[in-house]
Design a protein around this ligand. Structure first.
Ligand code: FE2
Length: 199
């Protein structure tokens, strides 16, 4: 049994006071995430090696019913038509849901089911998104400042990061557009379908 914990996001610095873990991703670790290989390689050439997204989280214990609460920061950027994004995952325990709450910037939670449904919900400060169980999810920064969210999921949910790569990417891409929102969904021609994939 753990003790109650006070957590305080520092939105300006992208930190979570009271967190117990930190996870970082650099551009060099994201090969294959973006469709435009040439744009990715040229971005790598001018990359400074700093993290492009990171997560600070509090996981006080692992017992059933425990929560992991954290802050996720995704820096703005573009690789070809696509906006900066996280790798995305489905929870290893597929039925586990997750809450995301916008703290800064402007992003999209792109969500897809194995049987082909899609949902894309824009998150700005003060907006919460309930990602139900069974939905693959990824954050995308469609703005020009860091996209910061507070999240909460059951600690035993686990993450399966392979499902997206094995399917040739998510079914939808979030790409720059002339629309008022500045982004739109486009079918990913490389997507093979999640259900055909032999897991
Ligand atoms: Fe998740």
């Amino acid at each position: 049994m753990s003790v109650p914990i006070r957590l305080e996001p520092d939105v300006l610095l992208g930190l979570l006071a009271g967190s117990t873990s930190r996870y970082e991703k650099r551009l060099s670790e994201l090969a294959g995430l973006y469709r435009d290989d040439q744009a990715f390689r040229s971005a790598l050439e001018s990359d400074n090696g700093h993290p492009v997204y990171w997560v600070e989280a509090s996981t006080p214990d692992e017992e059933a019913g425990a929560l992991t609460i954290g802050v996720s920061v995704l820096l703005p950027g573009r690789i070809g038509d696509e906006f900066a994004m996280t790798r995305g995952h489905i929870h290893a325990q597929h039925s586990a849901a997750e809450l995301y709450y916008g703290l800064s910037g402007r992003g999209v939670m792109l969500m897809e089911t194995i049987d082909g449904r899609t949902s894309a919900i824009e998150i700005t400060p003060g907006v919460a998104v309930h990602v139900p169980g069974h939905w693959i999810h990824r954050s995308i920064n469609v703005g020009d400042e860091p996209f910061t969210t507070l999240f909460c999921y059951p600690t035993d949910a686990g993450q399966d990061y392979g499902i997206i790569g094995d399917a040739g990417g998510m079914a939808q891409l979030v790409v720059a557009s002339e629309s008022p929102a500045g982004w739109e969904l486009r079918d990913n021609p490389d997507h093979q379908g999640y259900e055909d994939h032999d897991r």
